[in-house]
Ligand binder design. Sequence first.
Ligand code: BGC
Length: 253
Amino acid sequence: MIDMTQFGFGIDVGGSGIKGGIVDLSTGELAEERIKILTPQPATPDAVGATVAKIVAQADWEGPVGIALPSVIKKQHALTAANIDPTWVNTDVQELFQRHLTAREIFVLNDADAAGIAEANFGAQEANTGSAILLTFGTGIGSAFLLNGELFPNTELGHLMIDGKEAEHRASSAVKDRKGLSYPEWAARVDRVLHEFEALFQPDAFIVGGGISRKHEKWVPLLTVSTPVVPAELRNQAGIVGAAMAVEKRLLP
Ligand code: BGC
């Protein structure tokens, strides 16, 4: 029998895959191999709800579930939908997931915020000390603002206009793949974006996450901002870990 106080369950809804797993809340590590199912297309609320239910059932998990979504989440309502189906806008996500999962506690938060919470607790020292901006590079660019490990939620730096183009349309890792950019070519785009963020927010550190942070040595050394840039230590699992923490520890109101 799983000790519910030590373990939680997190789900990270991404543009290409929906990933979930049981998280050891004392270490921030996954207790078992994560489960991944391709994101249904179109990624409507009900299609995603059904996939989330499948992952939870596959893991045989009956406890609370935390869910990270690529959307601004306020009062358990999704307010934006940049990289998922537009019908998410104004969806009551509490009602949606309660309907798809059997009765249990559910908490939904923004995916980059989930990654930020996880990193502040189990990852890079920079996430827990002073001011830090954590950025996740994937289908879009997500951001989490941290001050001494505390989160300022729902920042959306990926949509900041830079030279007439949204930051995430310029420098997400999906853009790298789509355009077949080399690491130096893509790093130059990331660098332009980071210079803008640096000028506006002057954080003590940037923490870079998402799948592409696994290859950080290929691009982080090419960046020219004066703010230190460190790779996220939790890499691509941070969304799952942060989502599990948010529901279990009730980290957010
Ligand atoms: C969304 C954010 C999300 C980010 C990363 C952006 O397009 O607007 O809410 O955090 O993508 O998934």
